[in-house]
Design a binder for this molecule. Structure first.
Ligand code: NFE
Ligand code: MG
Length: 468
């Protein structure tokens, strides 16, 4: 029996450690994912004005801030009994769509692809692993060129989103009451020009590269398999009645079911918290307790009806029916591509529906009391904000992020999180270069900045790679 500790895992957002135990054949028999960062957003929001939360919670993350703004605005709007106009929903879709494209392109090219392509012998590609690179020199060079081209596409996706968002990554225009931007004809033309350029990249370069990866590494259709349980809160409103491009729902052992937020509970038996375990976020509290016996992470363990569920593109595309295969490393990459293309196509439709010069923003008063739940999807999956207000101040705020679903620790019933489950059973060919583990972790596109909303002493140790 031996162990491998990867800490920190690079090319993801935040600080994540993964520890695995191997048997005599170098097959993973146990895995622990550790979020090494504690940030306290849920407590720091208490006592503040609810309308400020859409600005503050965006600072959880620079990769998915738009989804936090929308979840927060929705929670406050629900507490105020307000439904935004169609124009506001369309503008939110366009800003959030730009952010999804930016995030998914970033993930494929900058965060994941270099697990499969040997980069030039320079930073940021060195030292890097040398294990199991299968592309020939010509293909490798093409992929590296596209890595660079993707940086420009990502910038353009940000510039596109900023047309209606005000700026990016953290937008100023998405607030409770709608979207404050009043689109001009020039804004729409500029947005469309960006969207056309980006769509061409998605449909040519990204499509070619993700399919090339899938055919060259087809064995990864059987690596990193999850529970087969998927969850989505639904995203991209297509009308004011709640219809969405991607519906909310669950997939449980391959069977599609409904989604009811009251079935969500968060467990902290193996997390560094002393607050009660097993509460729905509406009644949950967050009390840090670093070093708690039996705990190994700052992430809580959200569960749906007591089971672990995976969130992300694969959940959305499974429920919408556009990618309904399996759940493996390669399926996650293909699902992410599939939805990126679909979102870009639908952004053309939403752009056509936007009315030039129309201001449908409502300057909401601060709700004096009440509660609200804002559910949406971030690029990495299901995102919820649970809000309670009394005397016009926040009295409770709970956030459950996609990476909390995916990189969650073992819960109180002994069920491990989806990423831990995906690691177990993996054969590591060369324990000095456990590239298989890196590929599995990266396929989830984890973000620990989001998921552990004070650096621990451990977090200060910026490089520690132990193979025993
Ligand atoms: Ni920091 Fe996030 C997304 C959220 S986390 S990236 O997408 O919420 O999983
Ligand atoms: Mg939380």
């Amino acid at each position: 029996m031996s162990t491998i500790v990867l800490d920190p895992i690079t090319r993801l957002e935040g600080h994540l450690k993964v520890s695995v135990t191997l048997d005599a054949n170098n097959v993973v028999t146990a895995a622990q994912a550790t979020g090494n960062l504690y940030r306290d957003f849920e407590n720091m929001l208490i006592g503040r004005g609810p309308k400020d939360a859409s600005f503050l919670t965006q600072r959880i993350c620079g990769v998915c801030p738009v989804s936090h703004a929308i979840a927060s605005a929705k929670a406050t709007e629900q507490a105020a009994g307000f439904t935004p106009s169609l124009q506001s929903l369309l503008l939110r879709n366009l800003i959030q769509g730009a952010n999804f494209i930016s995030s998914n392109v970033l993930h494929f090219y900058q965060l994941a692809l270099m697990d499969y392509v040997q980069g030039p012998q320079m930073h940021p590609w060195t030292p890097g692993y040398t294990q199991d690179f299968r592309f020939n020199a010509t293909d490798s060079q093409v992929l590296i060129n596209n890595y660079v081209a993707a940086l420009s596409i990502r910038r353009q996706a940000h510039e596109m989103g900023a047309i209606f968002g005000g700026k990016l990554p953290h937008v100023g225009n998405v607030v409770p009451g709608g979207v404050t931007a009043i689109p001009s004809a020039t804004d729409i033309t500029n947005f469309r020009n960006y969207l056309n350029t980006i769509t061409t990249f998605i449909q040519t370069t990204y499509a070619t590269d993700v399919n090339k990866l899938a055919s060259t590494y087809s064995d990864y259709y059987t690596v990193g398999k999850g529970y087969g349980n998927l969850i989505s809160f639904g995203v991209f409103d297509t009308n004011t009645s709640g219809n969405k491009l991607y519906p909310a729902g669950t997939v449980t052992n391959g069977t599609i079911g409904s989604f009811t937020q009251t079935n969500i509970k968060e467990y902290v038996g193996h997390s560094w918290y002393s607050s009660p375990s097993g509460s729905n976020p509406a009644s949950e509290t967050t009390t840090p307790s670093f070093g708690k016996a039996g705990a190994y992470t700052w992430l809580k363990a959200p569960r749906y009806n007591g089971a672990a569920y995976e969130a992300g593109s694969i959940a959305r595309t499974w429920l919408s029916g556009e990618y309904r295969r399996d759940v493996s490393v390669m399926d996650r990459h293909l699902a992410r591509y599939t939805e990126t293309n679909k979102i870009a196509g639908n952004m053309q439709t939403w752009l056509n529906q936007v009315v030039v010069g129309q201001n449908q923003f409502t300057n909401l008063g601060t709700p004096a009391s009440g509660s609200g739940i804002g559910l949406t999807e971030a690029p990495r999956g299901a995102l919820g904000h649970w809000l309670s207000v009394a005397s016009s101040k926040i009295t409770k705020y709970q956030i459950v992020t996609p990476t909390c679903w995916n990189a969650s620790p073992m819960d109180d019933a002994g069920i491990v999180g989806p990423m831990e489950k995906a690691l177990i059973g993996t054969k590591v060919v060369n324990t000095a270069q456990p590239v298989e583990l890196l590929r599995i972790v990266h396929s989830f596109d984890p973000c620990t900045g989001c998921s552990v909303h004070v650096m621990s002493p451990e977090g200060l140790e910026m490089s520690n790679f132990v193979v025993q």
